[in-house]
Design a binder for this molecule. Structure first.
Ligand SMILES: C[S@@+](CC[C@H](N)C(=O)[O-])C[C@H]1O[C@@H](n2cnc3c(N)ncnc32)[C@H](O)[C@@H]1O
Length: 418
């Protein structure tokens, strides 16, 4: 389903791809099959887990604004081929919105930002949850490529992948500024070094055709980081398109920001997580006076601890305490402007009311969660008829899917009750 970016998968430099089931490749008859516009350039795996397996560059230079190259195995390329017509317009926008965004007058422009290189600013007022920008991946690389073919071969393939795009300069001209850019094993000027630095600085983690990939979105790449950002990104189902949406109203001239790291962390953890980009963050949250920063850090720690405590209370049958703590946590989330946590918190509150046997209050809280998800674009393009869409769900069905990863609140068995 359409999912929010897990910012932690934004290219940690030494990440190893997770093990994936090996797909048979005998059904791939011909590597040249459309939609690829170039003959695949390949390297063989030297990894003992799949010795000799081919990884190739597949380019479709009519896809998206810059063309698209993938570095994957032939079987994954075959699975990904039908995804190439994953048009961002179909995923994130109504026809009206698309016309506005593409009428040559987008609500943003890329400009130089002091101390940050380039960045993106709003050119008109942007409404809360509005779709500001859409983009399509230009380069997609299997996360485990270096492990499979070695760093040097991976760079050679990456160089080719960019070279074959319709506009290679759009990728090579992106920022390559990350902490390890001058420390890696590639020599300055070595083929693929620029492209490798660009990927390490800009690419998002995405799942495409069932495998974990690094995906480069040239336009979205220009958006700088803030710890309490005014925008967030949303992937299409196929993982190839992405939209940027506003967390709150944005004024003309204001810089757009997204978070490169997991949201909600206290300052020390944020600094550690951001270290690999090599800049020291001067966003409003990181620039707070010491006592304000301390207050924010305490709130953030309390918010992150509260879910575990709420579940403990619920398991122990102390539902009133669990509900009170959830309500307290929602207040802290609002004070700390942690918009993104609210959908899960309202859903948790709904679950607690349902377990307590108050269906009416459960419905009220579940609707708050549902409406936010619709507005944010997680359940369609955000402009559908929320009333009708809600009717398609039943309360229990909705609460089962929302807040994925959240441990189910199970009614305590009588002997567990305190
Ligand atoms: C994804 S790019 C963002 C666009 C980039 N500024 C550019 O010129 O293309 C990430 C790089 O931008 C810079 N950057 C991003 N957010 C920043 C911030 N809050 N403060 C300073 N530099 C930042 C860092 O050099 C970082 O490695």
């Amino acid at each position: 389903s359409v999912g929010i970016l897990d910012s932690d998968t934004l290219l940690p430099p030494n990440s190893n791809g997770p093990q994936k089931p090996i797909l048979p490749s005998h059904n791939i008859k011909n590597d040249f099959e459309s939609p690829w516009s170039h003959k695949p350039i390949c390297a063989r795996s030297t990894s003992l887990s799949s010795p000799g397996k081919k990884y190739c560059v597949y380019t479709s230079n009519l896809t998206g604004p810059a063309g698209m190259s993938m570095i994957v195995s032939p079987s994954i390329a075959a699975e990904a081929a039908p995804l190439l017509n994953d048009n961002p317009l179909d995923n994130f926008l109504t026809l009206d919105q698309a016309e506005q965004l593409y009428s040559g007058n987008p609500p943003y422009k890329v400009v130089e930002i002091e101390g940050k290189g380039m960045g993106v600013i709003a050119t008109r007022p942007i409404a809360k949850f509005e779709t500001i920008m859409v983009d399509q991946a230009a380069v997609v690389v299997a996360l485990n490529i270096e492990k499979m073919v070695g760093k040097k071969e991976a760079r050679r393939l990456l160089h080719t992948a960019v070279e074959q795009l319709r506009v290679p300069g759009e990728v090579r001209g992106l920022s390559g500024e990350h902490k390890a850019s001058s420390e890696g094993d590639a020599k300055e000027g070595e083929q693929g070094k620029i492209e490798e630095d660009v990927m390490l600085t800009n690419a998002f983690g995405s799942e495409i055709a069932g495998i974990d990939c690094r995906a480069l979105f040239p336009l979205i790449s220009r958006i700088n980081h803030a710890c309490n950002p005014n925008a967030f990104v949303l992937f299409s189902r196929a993982g190839i398109s992405m939209a940027v949406k506003a967390y709150r109203p944005i004024a003309p001239g204001e810089e757009l920001s997204i978070s490169y790291i997991t949201l909600g962390q206290p300052s020390r953890n944020r600094a550690a997580a951001l270290a690999r980009w090599g800049f020291s963050c001067t966003c409003p949250l990181c620039s707070l006076a010491d006592h304000e920063k301390q207050h924010s850090d305490i709130l953030r720690s309390l918010i992150s601890q509260s879910e575990g405590k709420i579940l403990e209370l619920a398991q122990a049958g102390r539902l009133d305490d669990a509900i009170a703590l959830t309500e307290e946590s929602i207040q802290m989330i609002e004070e700390e402007q942690q918009e993104h946590f609210l959908t899960d918190s309202y859903a948790l509150l709904a679950k607690l009311w349902l377990v307590k046997g108050d269906r009416g209050r459960a419905e009220v809280e579940a609707r708050k969660s549902f409406d936010r998800l619709v507005q944010m674009g997680f359940l369609g393009n955000g402009v559908g008829n929320s009333e009708r869409e809600w009717e398609e769900w039943d309360l229990e069905g909705f609460l089962e899917v929302v807040g994925e990863g959240m441990v189910a609140v199970v009614p305590p068995k009588p002997e567990d009750a305190v």
